[in-house]
Write a protein that binds this ligand. Structure first.
Ligand code: ADP
Length: 450
């Protein structure tokens, strides 16, 4: 568009300039001839007219224009083309010249220019007029030539620009297309699909970010599926036990009363187990949603841990396990007492549970300027390096059979982990098999209000 506008403007201004130059030239010629006509008494003196005519005709021939001389009645007294001589002609330029004004009225009719100039006597009275009629077609030939060239150039530039834009946009649109295609497939449920990442430009970055997002999404979906299958599995086991127990009593005749009691006790403990699992699950779901009312209060952490240890002491005593409480500092932090208490309880319970008889469990409280650190370590069975990253997953248990005996649900550490996150803190584990494990919970001393 700019090129077309430029070409049109260039050609218009060029033709305008050429026409103006030609008009000015013809105008000055008309003035010169009018002067000659005036000095020679051409209009009144016929003898002089014949003499001057040859002069005018020579000028007309050499400049390729037609000259007409009019008297003050607009009667044509000479015409270099001879056709109009003796006729009264009404031509606006001539009438304008006869009106006595010195101003020249130039008119362009298509490719013809009319230039008229008044003829005055010595008293400056208008006694006639000179009209020059000239074709200016010759001006338009080079302009048409230039126009043709411009059209040619514009066409070439248009084609080149179109090709350039086409290839450049293809270059930029194809990676977008590929991402769009992946998004479409993913929205249909194919979460394992990734977009191809090429180069190192913004599109590559976008593709990379997209793939990372897709991976996360797939992981979330996978975790969800695993979670549902784990929950079903965990609940199925006690349910099958209940079914077997109840059926064996129902299908037998003359069952002794002691057996009823025993089976009912077993059924009762399976129901307890299911209740544990369901309660733990509900706690986790609430922590996950983050919509639980978190009640951050400045809390005496040492006191909180002391209460937990008091509760654990009888169980530890049964196994002959020593519990040591190392208070490096008196720490007060903004925490939700109930939730943190449950989280730390889980760690201490595990420490006692997974430590052989006569072992030791240490709980340490420390702090720096920003964080409280609660460390629970034991001299127990430890966790292999491979298992360590997985133990915070829901239902993850290192040894399934053993844990069913110890009564774990596999949800304790997941709850502790979620609680630490809810407090904007973290949890770390370090452990060696058969030597013991150490869990460190970091909690910020102060919570910024959300
Ligand atoms: P559980 O209810 O089975 O204890 P947790 O989520 O609390 O579930 O722990 C997950 C698994 O991590 C446990 O089954 C156990 O195998 C391992 N684990 C947790 N704490 C310890 C520990 N102190 N020492 C050894 N293994 C541990």
């Amino acid at each position: 568009m700019p090129l077309v506008i430029f070409a049109a403007a260039a050609s218009t201004s060029m033709s305008g300039t050429f026409v103006k130059i030609r008009r000015d030239t013809l105008n000055s010629h008309a003035i010169v001839i009018a002067g000659t006509v005036s000095r020679s008494n051409y209009i009144t003196d016929e003898a002089m007219r014949l003499m001057v005519n040859s002069d005018i005709e020579e000028k007309s021939a050499s400049n390729s224009y037609r000259v007409l001389v009019f008297n003050d009645m607009s009667l044509c007294i000479s015409d270099t083309n001879r056709t109009e001589t003796g006729k009264i002609l009404v031509i606006p330029e001539v009438i304008s010249a006869l009106s006595g004004t010195d101003s020249q009225n130039l008119q362009t009719f298509g490719n013809v220019v009319y230039a008229a100039s008044p003829v005055k006597n010595e008293n400056s009275q208008v006694i006639g007029a000179v009209l020059i009629i000239s074709s200016i077609a010759d001006i338009f030939e080079p302009i048409a030539d230039i126009e043709n060239r411009l059209i040619y150039f514009v066409a070439i530039i248009f084609v080149l620009t179109t090709l350039f834009v086409f290839f450049v946009s293809k270059l930029y649109i194809s990676p977008l297309r590929s991402i769009m295609e992946t998004v479409r497939k993913m929205s249909q449920g194919h979460l394992n699909i990734r977009t191809e990442v090429k180069g190192r430009d913004e599109f590559a970055e976008m593709g990379f970010a997209f793939n990372t997002m897709a991976e996360k999404l797939e992981m979330v979906e996978q975790t969800r599926e695993e979670f549902v299958s784990n929950v079903s599995h965990e609940l199925k086991t006690p349910l099958s036990s209940i079914k077997v127990l109840s059926e064996s009593v129902l299908l037998q005749e003359n069952v002794p009363a002691e057996m009823y009691t025993e089976f009912l006790q077993d059924i009762n403990s399976e129901i307890d187990r299911m209740t544990f699992i369901v309660n733990d699950l509900l706690t986790l779901v609430k922590l996950d949603r983050r919509e639980v009312a978190i009640n951050f209060q400045p809390t005496d952490i040492n006191g909180l841990i002391m209460d937990i240890l008091k509760r654990m002491l009888p169980i530890a005593k049964q196994k002959g396990i020593k519990i040591l409480f190392e208070e490096e500092k008196s720490v007060t932090a903004d925490v939700d007492e109930m939730k943190l208490s449950l989280a730390i309880s889980n760690l201490v319970e595990n420490a006692v549970k997974y430590t052989h008889d006569e072992g030791t469990v240490r709980v340490r409280v420390d702090a720096d300027h920003q964080n409280a650190f609660i460390t629970v370590s034991d001299t127990g069975i430890g966790i292999s390096e491979d298992e360590q990253p997985k133990i915070f997953n829901r239902f993850y248990r290192v040894d399934k059979t053993r844990d069913r005996e110890t009564g774990g649900t596999g949800l304790g550490l997941a709850i502790t982990h979620a609680t630490a996150l809810l407090h904007n803190g973290s949890i770390r584990v370090s452990s060696r098999e058969n030597e013991g494990s150490t869990f460190i919970v970091r909690i910020p001393l102060h919570q910024t209000p959300r």
